[in-house]
Write a protein that binds this ligand. Structure first.
Ligand SMILES: Cc1ncc(COP(=O)(O)O)c(C=O)c1O
Length: 392
């Protein structure tokens, strides 16, 4: 989350008069506004309710889970359950470690080269936009970065065809950003390095982790900041294949060593306990609601609804190529940028928040993470239709 986004989103979060979305009866009228923020983002209401209930007294302990030791038996239950739930949801093989860390995805931009270069001086990176560029800039400090492909000439509206990628035989790893949160560009397939074992695939899944099932065994390392689809800010998930840890650069800070972190069960220092607890509740919510296949269906339905609203209208436009349109973050522009502010103001009055696009691309962006309901997207598309009729 950039400063500009934070500012825009903080601004839109005040003085809202939520309305029941059209098409719902008043008995089920939605009490809270719908939140389309890119991150920190909407959390399942059910999870927030549980957190509210448990705030002063977690499971009869007489304390908030925020107030107990991370090494005590209460928090220990959360650690065990959340690890098991994540392993179960993503079907993570036994030879992968799961780490619950601090530092955000941005820390991973340097932790990955520190740990995975393993004496090598070269790494392959795919450049699909803003977050790829950030990862590349950081890796450049530690090794020679080979950009295997870049979507820059098309203003990051496409992913260059993998047949054209200039992969290296001697790269330490291949890194790509599974979903570019700002440009709304998502990989709908898992790319391959020239050697799956020797050149592990590394991915930044910050904005699409847990949005659908995928084969973890194809990866050497997966990382994600939690604050979009997993839980609150402050927590970062890393899933790493066993054989890739233990060769960290000797100059790396101790807390950047995956092996050290794994040996200490993500408790080398005090972890972000409350974020971890909420993430644990989100994982249970996902399991209770049918797991990743079920959420993937819903996510597809939501994205289709918004894309079809955009595509069927001459008033809105999404510039991303069909084959790599993100199901999570959908940027769109209005026919006349002079209407942007009016759109955001009216949306806010209608109880639709967090729609300002990132300053790098302008316009609007709707993030449709797991916790954003079909009802929310219906309210947004009906508002968009109405707005286009009145201002078109
Ligand atoms: C794809 C992606 N990678 C990395 C980041 C940076 O994450 P963090 O703020 O957790 O460091 C973001 C934040 O929005 C992101 O969307």
């Amino acid at each position: 989350m950039t400063k500009a986004e934070t500012k825009a989103e903080t601004k839109t979060n005040t003085q809202v008069t939520p309305q029941a979305p059209s098409g719902t009866d008043s008995s089920s009228a939605h009490k809270r506004p719908f939140n389309f923020s890119a991150g920190p983002a909407a959390l399942p209401e059910e999870v927030l309710e549980i957190a509210k209930e448990e705030m002063l007294d977690w499971h009869g302990s007489g304390m908030s889970i925020m107030e107990v030791s991370h090494r005590g038996k209460e928090f220990g239950q959360i650690v065990e359950q959340s690890q098991a739930d994540l392993r179960d949801l993503l079907n993570i093989p036994a030879n992968y470690k799961i780490l619950f860390l601090q530092g955000g995805a941005t820390s991973q931009f340097s932790m990955v080269p520190f740990n995975l270069l393993r004496g090598n001086n070269k790494a392959d990176y795919v450049n699909t936009g803003f977050w790829s560029e950030r990862a590349i800039a950081e890796a450049n400090k530690y090794c020679q970065v080979n950009i295997v492909a870049s979507g820059e000439s098309g203003k990051f509206t496409t992913i260059p065809n993998s047949d054209s990628w200039q992969l290296s035989k001697d790269a330490a790893y291949l890194h790509y950003t599974a979903n570019e949160t700002i440009h709304g560009v998502e990989f709908h397939y898992i790319p391959q390095s020239l050697d799956a074992k020797e050149i592990p695939l590394v991915t930044d899944m910050s904005s699409n982790m847990l949005s659908r099932p995928f084969d973890v065994s194809k990866f050497g390392l997966i990382y994600a900041g939690a604050q979009k689809n997993i839980g609150p800010a402050g927590l970062t998930i890393v899933i790493v294949r066993d054989d890739l840890i233990g060769q960290v650069d000797s100059k790396a800070p101790t807390l950047f060593d995956y092996q050290y972190l794994a040996k200490n069960d993500s408790m080398a220092n005090t972890p972000p306990t409350y974020s971890w607890y909420i993430a644990g509740l989100v994982l249970q919510w996902l399991k209770k609601n049918g797991g990743l296949s079920a959420i993937a269906e819903t996510n597809k339905k939501k994205a289709e609804l918004l894309y079809s609203t955009i595509d069927q209208s001459e008033f809105y436009q999404n510039p991303v190529a069909q084959d790599c349109r993100s199901l999570m973050n959908i940027p769109f522009i209005l026919k006349d940028a002079a209407l942007d502010k009016v759109f955001l103001d009216e949306a806010k009055k209608a109880g639709l928040l967090g729609l300002a696009g990132h300053r790098a691309v302008g316009g609007m962006r709707a993030s449709l993470y797991n916790a954003v309901t079909v009802e929310a997207v219906q309210a947004l598309t009906s508002f968009m239709g109405d707005f286009a009729r009145r201002h078109g």
